[in-house]
Design a binder for this molecule. Sequence first.
Ligand code: UN1
Length: 470
Amino acid sequence: MHTLISTEPATGATLWTGGRGDADAEVARVRSAWPGWAARPLSFRIETLRRFGNVVRGQKEAFADLIARETGKPLWEASTEVDAVVNKVEISISAYSERTAHRRLEGAMNTRLAVRHKPHGVLAVLGPYNFPAHLPNGHIVPALIAGNGVVFKPSEKTPATGEYLIRLLHEAGVPEDVVRCLHGGPETGQALAASAGLDGLLFTGSARAGMALHRQFAEMPQKILALELGGNNPLVIWDAPDTYAAALIAVQSAFLSAGQRCTAARRLIVRDQGHQEVVEQICRIAERLIVDHPHANPAPFMGPVIDNQAADQLQEAFLGLLTKGGRPIKHLERLADDKPFLTPAVIDVTDVRDRPDAELFGPVLQVIRVADFDMALAEANATRFGLAASLIGGSPELYDRFWSNIRAGVINWNKPTNGAPSNAPFGGVGLSGNHRPSAFYAADYCAYPVTSSEAEQARSSIGIGLRDPY
Ligand code: UN1
């Protein structure tokens, strides 16, 4: 009997069925296989991963189609996700090579100092459903280049995409036992995290799940835990000369991927005086966004959220804001009772009592009005998260103040909060996690540096304090 079912959010059709995997068994398989992979020259592993990039490129259409069906994101967006998978391969190769370039330093007494890198061994990767290929790929590829073996558990909401990704790695020549796909829900994730044969875990997902993993790993300080979690990201619009352009950036920040991005803007911070114009523009643009099936023609801006449960929770959270004093500017509407299609929503939460510092993972933009820029900075930082933040408008001096004072890992000027480039470090502070799963930082969690002091002949520094030299 199949215990896992993946349904297409847009249609409710069954896309994939399968059984839960056995975490310990998969870890054991990878444990026996990874030393062989690590013993291959780096150039061999790089060549294999490069081939993987080409295999993905060759199957772009089928892969994008599957991602669109399984996540509900528009086909054009799924297609950009496949491009991101391909790009990440080259980025990871050059980043790893640069980061771990054999360094020679001058040691004492003519000793040569060398810094070399070793893989950890078996790493688990837990992936999210919003970028079910790109984000786990960002952990898996650097881990494999470094010589680790990987057990990948995709989100139980996107098992088909996860399985496909791993199949393409095998097709490219990564041995079957070096990278495995493990299916299952949170219990399977917990079992994987607890598996004795694991050397570390790389996670992208919610802060709640990240905290649970952190608790689990508290007893295992010898294992690495890399977390890329959510955000409660601020977008500040301040003295923007072009209101329409500013509104477009706000719409893109808040509603792209139906707001299901860790980098989506959740809070719009505006100057109280004269804020109406930009907020009205945002609503006018949001009104015109096409919300539809991922394959619909004309192409939609956004599809449904991931499932009915997520849509119910978002509607509840929106109602919660209303009962606490939020003023709806554009309502969160459900287009069909039995499907998770939601319309983009804008709500003024300036007067909300005990505003929750939570990640509303959907198309809801909360407006906060403030009197001056100091208050804007204070509001922007009034969160335990710290992933992405943008300032739209202002001057170079104002952006300098913004950049210096904001606590976030990704800070932008006149750019949306989302769409962070993969060739730069990406990640957050505070509840947003401790990892930078992109560019050269990705290598940091996949390989550890070893300092090696080398001398041609045995040498010791014991010269003082020896009683009888003999
Ligand atoms: C986003 O901007 O919404 O490669 C996600 C990465 C980043 C992800 C960005 N480019 O990890």
